[in-house]
Write a protein that binds this ligand. Structure first.
Ligand SMILES: Nc1ncnc2c1ncn2[C@@H]1O[C@H](COP(=O)(O)OP(=O)(O)O)[C@@H](O)[C@H]1O
Ligand SMILES: [Mg+2]
Length: 315
């Protein structure tokens, strides 16, 4: 099972990194290529696999003839929860309950593993999490007008609120597309996170996609999911993590705005999506200031946003 390229089928180019993903002809293994970032990702994944995290085991690692790094890992199954949700889409748009219930089970497993390996929070580590999870440098470079005392006041407030939440090894891009019933794939963005940051917002972040992914989580599904995550955190740390949902979603508004500014402003679709994510940051910020939390179900869809802007009704 070495470098026989014929046995690997191309899956996709890696999002937000050089390299690509391939699957073995029999579907039992996945292979990623990439630069030095891939090596760091694999080292991280090996470490957390050793800590009992539900992640694919790494089977092989090396350097290709072209000097790229490659990593082979076991498959966790055929369908991500996102794939399963899309396949189930029919006349109704609510996620199937078995998807949200499975998501809650995976979340509880990951949270238990994370809660068994906690680190004491420090202001420095928490700031680092904010900067990597929120891609703050990129976001403020691409959107200098949002680099304001007001934005920083809200972020500082979030960090204060999280000041005593323990840190743990985290995923940073946790969501249905990287989840399978057997565990969590794609640890590209990894780093230290305050407990709950990964699993808590998994259903809450669906609206950031603009409603074009087809499915939405209903209020009952979201409540059940958050309650399941709270049960897991209460039984391990004695604290419900859901009290931090607002702070976490504020950081997600940055994450989803990162790398969105098109280099070519004539790309109208890309330009619209960028403006949309800018709007979601502003709306999330307002909600957080006003209520201490963020309800993403109140976000406009991308189509609503586009229609509103065409009508000249700029937010
Ligand atoms: N270990 C794995 N088990 C099952 N499916 C996988 C595995 N690794 C990758 N995949 C599939 O390949 C897709 C792309 O891999 P991923 O690492 O998530 O790439 P990206 O960084 O582009 O999101 C996933 O969405 C999933 O469908
Ligand atoms: Mg992925």
């Amino acid at each position: 099972m070495s470098e026989n390229h014929n046995e690997w089928q191309f899956v996709k180019k890696r999002t937000a990194a050089e390299g690509a993903v391939y699957v073995s002809a029999d579907g039992t293994r996945y292979r990623r290529t990439g630069g030095s970032g891939l090596r760091a990702e694999a080292a991280f994944q090996r470490r957390i696999a050793g800590l009992g995290y539900p992640v694919p085991h790494i089977l092989e690692q090396g350097v290709t003839d072209d000097g790229l790094h490659y990593v082979v890992e076991e498959s966790l199954g055929e369908q991500t929860l996102h794939d399963r949700a899309v396949a189930a889409l029919g006349s109704r748009r609510d996620l199937p309950d078995d998807v949200t219930d499975t998501a809650a089970q995976v979340a509880a497993r990951l949270l238990h593993a994370q809660a068994a390996h906690l680190l004491k929070p420090t202001p420095h580590a928490l700031r680092q999490w904010l900067n990597s999870a929120g891609f703050t440098r990129n976001v403020f470079e691409e959107n200098p007008d949002l680099d304001t005392p007001r934005t920083h006041a809200a972020l500082d407030h979030a960090l204060e609120q999280l000041g005593t939440v323990p840190l743990t090894a985290g995923h940073l891009d946790y969501g249905l597309p990287n989840l399978l019933p057997a565990g969590v794939i794609d640890w590209q963005h990894h780093g230290q996170v305050p407990l709950g940051y990964d699993v808590l917002p998994a259903l809450e972040i669906i609206p950031f996609k603009g409603g074009n992914k087809g499915y939405t989580a209903g209020p009952g599904q979201r409540r059940r999911y958050l309650a399941a995550v709270d049960d897991a955190s209460l039984s391990t740390t004695g604290q419900p993590v859901s009290q931090h949902l607002g702070a976490y979603l504020l950081v997600k508004t940055l994450f989803f705005l990162a790398l969105m500014r098109p280099t070519d402003l004539s790309h109208r679709d890309k330009h619209l999506k960028w403006q949309y994510r800018r709007h979601l940051l502003t709306e999330g910020l307002e909600q957080y200031e006003r209520t201490g939390t963020v309800d993403t179900a109140l976000f406009p869809t991308l189509d609503d946003f586009a229609a509103r802007n065409r009508a000249g009704d700029h937010p």
